[in-house]
Design a protein. Structure first.
Lengths: 801, 176
């Protein structure tokens, strides 16, 4: 394998078309005679639907059809939930509400018209009679004695789960200190730059349905839609064209996707729906949404003895694909990168009259990291120790790997002290603490936050996943020598068209430009799982890697045959197979006669492969494999290999983030003075892509720490319905990010890559909050809930004065 | 959401109370009112065009006046629904005499839902203030009109002009 591309800062081959506006997103795909769909959505959080009058809308100009819950409830199956937990209550989630609406934004009716404006205008003509019901909004109230959403359940509890190992009661009882803290992980909106969008086309003659959807999981979507629509899976094709970001929000199967497919089947015409930003805020999954109670026990020296986390998870009104599974990931990762002998999580999954929560960048792990990192900061504050020292005292040593946690995981590899030390050196930590002391004496409010995190990535072994944890790849060398890679992963901004090409180009010794990575079309690509959970490179990339190795084995056999040698005598280097004997022969000055395969190709047909005597290029092998006139006996023609890679374990990337902030006494506003991050995601294929992922992750974490919050009022009305009301981090609020990394390859896959898509989001949030809390510690602050707004900070600073 | 404010109306309190509770006057003065029909004692069914910012639409609903204590107080309950969302609220209106004029103060609790809640909530205070200014300016014109002359005409520009001239005269007549 050459090292021309892997590990190099190769610019994304995707970018030229995207930057020039030449990419094709769902809305860029125009089919003749396309009809447009808009959805009427519930304006109540909880209401009985007593009647819907669509007659006026049906006769509005341009309107082709109007559908309500009554039309589809028997025809389209429920929106699926893949979570399987003992005793899990799964409400019947229909694509249109029929008798009851249970969250603001729930689709109630669909209007189909010749253009989207007529469709939108006709929405106003649909008369829905609602009988308002009291909503369940606050998660803790809803768990205890709030209004009940599903009468048949009697309460709003979807499930309760206790997990963890070790005797937590004994651990806490034997501690020198037990610290308790309530923490809130506010709801967040993923806000992908491109909202959702669906285009569906049904050919009644062929009975074939094609769905273009902005999704992260084309194959899983195909399977689920086939079930929902009752159409054979081999007659359903899902295409994901360019996807403008997902962050987990498109790792789902949505009501609108099934509705569009069904409508197209009813009308026999293409139908399109493009989500508006308002719909995106209302009816695309939210992330986080936990309120929890931490209890951490420690010895006087800072050694942690036990950790308990009782959490109320705000699931929303229905389960989307992974809704109930997300809090369980929080439980899995509660040990952080520390040796904690006893851990217990008690999850109460609660229905509320809101949009579902589900996977959002990090998916349950940012919550875990936040809990354990805040808890360690609380231990440091309680004992008057430095935050770094407390962390150090609880690290497992490198020789304890694979390290077993009290949450039942085996961490593959880790060198936590190394990443921490590197970050401390980069930041000049001791110096920073000195400067902080002096600055405080001068009346400045400066804080330093540290988080040492570990995350669970490369999801994952199929045993641990609701629907398969493997990934697939097919690699083909075409007759002209160009290489085609079909990956089951579904990149939507991560740049794997580039990084997978880097891997393959190095393995095959071909130029990067000769490799095309194809993804996101279920008719072209073999079944795959998709892109989420920082898995695409570690699992999908490994599948590509192994497929190429398989392909090379076959190519080597063909090479040996054509070179009239034995496979064991053939070596591969930089795109050429060579007869090993040639080296010795060449050294002795003898050059053997060229060995050419016999062929009687008519004029104008493909050229004959050229063996150049003792060498044969991969291109020529590909040609020979396709012409198939001279192949080893019993060998299949063609040159391709497919591999389905099943990882044996997750991977556990880790790192240290250090944040320095200064608070403005007059306004409570915050300024980042430094941001240092050292991440270890194992072997790096393309440092530029890794940095890009970390940049984005950190900025999204800053969003949670300081700006973002999905707010529902006490009536369950979504108050943050636009980007004027939902504050996102901006370039102007983002500091220079000083990044570095350590490289601890994972033994889980042959390339040693771990995954990095979510690392920033996981590591940064507690570091930012820790820095603000540290800044305000002279005011007696030990914890603040997110998002930490200037107003709250100003109140603390100024009331204490 | 709490909404409150005061407006000075240069007219006699009893007269202001009378026009404020007269359905014919209300129909003319409520901005965007397209229909107002009596459905019972002090109860009306209303259709009005209203909105916040770009979120506009037709609302239908009911208005009820209660706790009527002329000429100083009444309570208004509104319940309306339209495509942009719904609105429910109760407000107390108090009238006070001040130097021959009447100070109308209103104070209420309003609940909104649907698109208005998600998009316009942060603008509702401003929109409510603008609508109440329009409303009370129109009421002032009504109260100043003699009972025997035809009622004044309203409309956005006429009301704006009235408000502006009222503002000017108040500004210049203010005692030091």
């Amino acid at each position: 394998m050459s090292d021309k591309y892997v590990g190099k800062r190769i610019k994304r081959t995707e970018d030229p078309r995207l930057i020039q506006g030449l990419g094709h997103y769902v809305d860029d795909i125009k089919l003749p005679d396309t009809l447009h769909v808009v959805f009427l959505r519930s304006m109540y959080a909880h209401a009985r639907i007593t009647g819907i009058d669509t007659s006026e809308a049906e006769h509005a100009p341009g309107v082709v059809a109007v559908y309500t819950g009554r039309d589809v409830v028997e025809k389209v199956g429920p929106v699926p939930c893949a979570g399987a937990l003992p005793g899990l209550r799964v409400p019947d989630y229909r694509v249109l509400a029929k008798d009851k609406a249970v969250f603001v934004g729930q689709p109630v009716a669909a209007v189909v018209a010749t253009d989207q404006y007529s469709a939108r205008d006709a929405l106003d003509l649909i008369m829905v009679d609602y009988e308002e019901l009291p909503p369940a909004v606050d998660v803790e109230e809803s768990a205890n004695n709030g209004p009940v959403i599903y009468e048949e359940y009697g309460d709003n509890i979807s499930y309760k789960l206790t997990a963890g190992e070790g005797d937590i009661e004994a651990a806490l009882a034997s501690s020198d200190h037990v610290i308790k803290q309530r923490v809130v992980h506010q709801r967040l909106a993923p806000v992908a730059m491109e909202g959702r969008g669906v285009l569906a086309r049904y050919y009644p003659g062929e009975k074939e349905l094609t769905i273009w959807s902005s999704t992260q999981i084309p194959h899983l979507l195909r399977t689920q839609l086939a079930i929902m629509l009752g159409i054979p899976e081999n007659k359903l094709r899902v295409i994901t064209p360019e996807v403008g970001g997902g962050f987990g929000s498109k790792l789902n199967v949505y009501a609108e996707e099934a509705m569009l497919g069904w409508i197209s089947m009813q009308l026999g015409k293409p139908v399109k729906w493009i989500e508006t930003r308002r719909e995106n805020m209302q009816a695309t999954i939210h992330g986080r949404g936990q309120v929890g109670y931490i209890e951490i026990g420690c010895k006087n020296d800072g050694t942690v003895t036990g950790l308990r986390y009782n959490v109320f998870a705000d699931l929303g009104a229905y389960h989307q694909l992974l809704t109930p599974a997300i809090p369980t990931l929080t439980g899995l990762m509660l040990s952080g990168c520390y040796k904690i002998p006893a851990i217990q999580i008690n999850i109460t999954g609660v229905f509320t009259n809101k949009m579902s929560t589900d996977a959002y960048r990090g998916a349950g792990r940012p919550e875990a990291t936040y809990v354990v990192e805040r808890a360690l900061d609380l231990v440091a504050a309680e004992l008057g120790l430095d935050a770094v020292e407390v962390r150090r005292r609880n690290f497992p040593s490198p020789d304890e790997f694979p390290f077993k946690t009290a949450t039942g995981l085996f961490y593959d590899s880790g060198e936590y002290e190394g990443a921490l030390q590197k970050a401390l050196d980069m930041a000049g930590y001791d110096q920073l603490r000195q400067e902080q002391k002096i600055a405080r004496e001068h009346g400045k409010i400066i804080g330093i936050g540290v988080s040492t995190y570990v995350e669970i990535c490369a999801l994952g072994p199929s045993q641990a996943m609701p629907a398969g944890g493997w990934e697939s790849a097919t690699v083909r060398v075409e007759p002209t020598g160009k290489v085609t890679v079909l990956t089951g992963a579904s990149p939507h901004g991560q740049g794997q068209e580039t990084s997978f090409a880097q891997i393959v180009a190095d393995q095959l010794g071909v130029p990067l430009e000769d490799v095309a990575v194809i993804h996101g079309d279920t008719s072209i690509v073999q079944y795959g799982i998709g892109t989420f959970g920082s898995r695409a490179t570690a699992v999908g990339g490994t599948a590509v890697y192994i497929a190429v190795e398989k392909l090379k084995e076959k190519a080597a056999k063909i090479a040996a045959h054509l070179l009239k040698s034995d496979v064991s005598n053939v070596t591969f280097k930089e795109g050429r197979f060579s007869k090993q004997a040639t080296r010795a022969a060449a050294a002795a000055g003898e050059v053997p006669e060229p060995v050419l395969p016999a062929g009687q190709a008519p004029a104008g047909a493909l050229p004959e492969p050229d063996t150049e005597g003792n060498h044969i290029s991969l291109q020529d092998i590909a040609l020979a494999a396709h012409i198939a006139k001279d192949l080893p006996e019993d060998m299949e023609p063609g040159l391709s290999a497919t591999y389905f890679f099943e990882p044996k374990n997750f991977t556990f990337p880790f790192g240290t983030h250090i944040v320095v902030v200064e608070i403005d006494r007059e306004t409570g506003d915050l300024q980042f003075l430094r941001y240092v991050a050292v991440d270890d995601c194992g072997k790096v294929i393309n440092p530029m892509l890794v940095e890009g992922q970390i940049h984005g992750g950190i900025v999204q974490a800053m969003g949670q720490a300081l700006y973002e919050e999905v707010v529902y009022d006490e009536q369950g009305q979504l108050v943050t319905g636009t980007l004027m009301d939902y504050a996102l981090p901006k370039a102007s609020t983002t500091p220079w990010l000083e990044l570095d990394r350590t490289e601890t390859p994972t033994p889980v896959n042959p390339m040693g890559v771990k995954g990095v898509g979510e690392a920033g989001t996981i590591g940064a949030t507690p570091a930012v909050v820790g820095a603000v809390v540290d800044a305000l510690s002279p005011f007696g602050v030990r914890h603040l809930d997110m998002p930490i707004r200037p107003e709250a900070v100003w109140r603390i600073v100024n009331q204490q004065n | 959401m709490k909404i409150e404010g005061t407006h000075e109306i240069r007219a006699n309190r009893a007269r202001v109370y009378q026009v404020l509770t007269d359905p014919e006057v209300l129909k003319r003065c409520i901005p965007g009112c397209e229909r107002l029909e009596q459905t019972g004692e002090n109860a009306y069914s209303v259709t009005m065009r209203a909105g916040v910012g770009s979120i506009k639409g037709l609302f239908t609903g009911n208005v009820k006046l209660e706790d009527m204590r002329p000429p100083e107080h009444f309570r208004m309950t509104v319940d309306g629904k339209g495509q942009p969302g719904f609105l429910k609220g109760t407000g107390d209106i108090d009238l006070e005499e001040k130097d021959g004029a009447t100070v109308a103060s209103y104070k209420g609790d309003v609940q909104v839902g649907g698109t208005i809640a998600g998009v316009g909530q942060r603008m509702i205070q401003g929109a409510a203030r603008m609508m109440s200014t329009q409303f009370f300016t129109a009421i002032e014109a009504e109260a100043q009109a003699r009972v025997d002359e035809p009622p004044p005409k309203h409309g956005f520009f006429r009301t704006a002009l009235r408000w502006f001239s009222g503002w000017l005269s108040r500004a210049f007549n203010r005692k030091p």
